[in-house]
Structures are given as C-alpha cells and as structure tokens.
Design a protein around this ligand. Sequence first.
Ligand code: C2E
Ligand code: MG
Ligand code: MG
Ligand code: MG
Length: 286
Amino acid sequence: CADSAMYHAKESGRNNYQFFTTELNVRAQHRYALETNLRRALTENEFLVYYQPKISLSTSRIVGAEALMRWQMPDVGLVPPNEFIPISEEIGLILPLGRWILRQACLQTQLWRQQYSPDLVISVNISPKQFQDPGLPKYIEQVLQEVGLPPTALQLEITEGLLMGDIDLLLPVFDAIKKLGISISLDDFGTGFSSLSYLQRFPIDNLKIDRSFIREIPDNQDSVILTHAIIAMANALGMSVTAEGVEKADQMFFLADSGCQEMQGFYFSQPLPVDKFEKLLSDNVR
Ligand code: C2E
Ligand code: MG
Ligand code: MG
Ligand code: MG
C-alpha cells in the first residue's frame, strides 16, 4: 500500500523515489479501473441483494431479514460489500446504489409478506452519506407508496459514526424518518467511538450488538457481562435488541435468557439469494 511504500522510501533514502511513484501509479490505475467498473455495474444490473434472516428468540421464527448487497462481477464472481461499499461512498455512487437496494428490498419484502409472512420486517443498511442526503425521506416515502409496503415493515440500519456528525443537520432527517413510521437500528453497537448520550439524543428503536461481543460468548466473562448490560440498558430505555454473528447454540441460549429479542447469524443461516431465502420462509410458515 502507499503507506508502506512511503515507509520504505523513507527507510532507504531518496533512491526509492522511482519505486514509490510506480507503486502509486499502479494503485491509481487499479483504483480507476475499479471505479469505472463500479459505475458500469449499476447500469448493467450487476448488483444483487442477499437476505439474512432475523429470528425471534421467543418464538424461534423468522421475523425479519437484513438486505445485504453483493456484486456479481463478470468473470470474477461474487464480490462482498466491504470491497466496494467504501469506494462507492467516496465517489458518491452510494447514493444511486443505496436507493436501488432500498427499492429492491422493499419490493421483494412486499411479495414475501403477501405470500408467506405478513409481518416480515426488512432491514436496509444506510451509509452516512445517504443519511445526509436531504432527499432520502421523500424517496423512502415514494418507494413505500409505490410498493404498498407499510412503514412499520421497514427498518434502517445506521452506524455509530454517523451520530458524531452535525446534530443540527441530522435531527431533521431523523424526525422526517420517524414521522414516516420507520424504525431505526444502531448497527455494530459497541464498536464505534460512540457515547451513550447519543441514545438520548436520537430516536433509536433497536440496538444491534456487534459480532465481536457475541463471538466471545460464553467463554469470555467480560463479553458476557457487557452483553448482559447492553441488553438490560436497551430494554430499560424501551429499545429492542438484536444480536449479530450468532454462530453457536450456547450463544443463542445465553441471549434468550438475557432478554435479547432477536438474533441473526450463521447458526441459523448465512445471507441467502432470493430463491433460498424463500425456501426458508415457506418452511417457516408450516
Ligand atoms: P453489517 O451491516 O454489520 O452486516 C452483517 C455482516 O455480518 C454481513 O456481512 C453478514 O454476512 C455477516 N454475518 C452475519 N452473520 C454472521 C455470522 O454468524 N458470522 C460471521 N462471521 N459473519 C456474519 P456482509 O454481507 O459481507 O456485509 C458487510 C458489511 O457491508 C455490512 O455489515 C454493512 O456494513 C455493509 N453493507 C452490506 N450491504 C450494504 C448496503 O446495501 N448498503 C450499505 N451502506 N452497506 C452495506
Ligand atoms: Mg447491518
Ligand atoms: Mg452489523
Ligand atoms: Mg458488523
């Protein structure tokens, strides 16, 4: 990477200037190719939505799903979001891309609600750039109307980093979204540089405990205590709790005993393409 190139260049004197610039050029070219491919991918319909079920810990039923983006890149295969979402944010492509997945996920969910599961809730990840787009609430309202999905069937997942932004700009967006009747979940809770006062300042409906806490349960006593405390605090403040990254039965039992409402993770299912998720839903009905 550029940092290590810089480091090497400094270490061994000015002779490495040539190496340094070559390295940067290769990176710039790679980056440019990726950006070009990404822009093309949107017009060529190369993006897909995967769905990961959320399970009620009291009924063991599927109560919702998280929409997770995938890029089906020709000749390469399925590219995970961590490899293209950050760049899409930087180049502004996240705005059209984010609108696309929001609409797609709402359409699909409305179909599933009619066919299998009338109370299914869809969660969509919203990046900070998207949330700061003043046109977002209006866009969501239009999509819900077009698709016929009630607002209570939609949840937006935001991250702690967003809440460190300008509160005067953020609050009106929160207000507009809450007025629509949509719920808001705080994703990856406990990993950002967040402060608990955010929970007082912003209308958050659900805390999603980060996988890093769940992973250490039940072996690590500190994770057990922290998870207990997060659930107790959230519930006392009137927020529901979802645990992400549940991979073992032990973790599920612990969460159910601790008053956690929902879980999501490989223990129940990985994120799935439409047809496979549908199979899960149809089994869920019986
Ligand atoms: P996230 O929102 O925290 O999503 C959960 C991630 O954890 C997903 O990775 C999911 O596959 C993974 N996961 C779920 N259960 C388990 C488990 O039991 N064990 C392990 N090891 N992993 C589990 P994925 O799909 O690769 O997404 C990564 C991140 O990319 C997401 O994290 C989210 O921040 C971002 N992302 C995905 N789709 C979108 C999107 O449409 N818009 C935006 N803005 N970001 C997105
Ligand atoms: Mg999420
Ligand atoms: Mg998460
Ligand atoms: Mg996470």
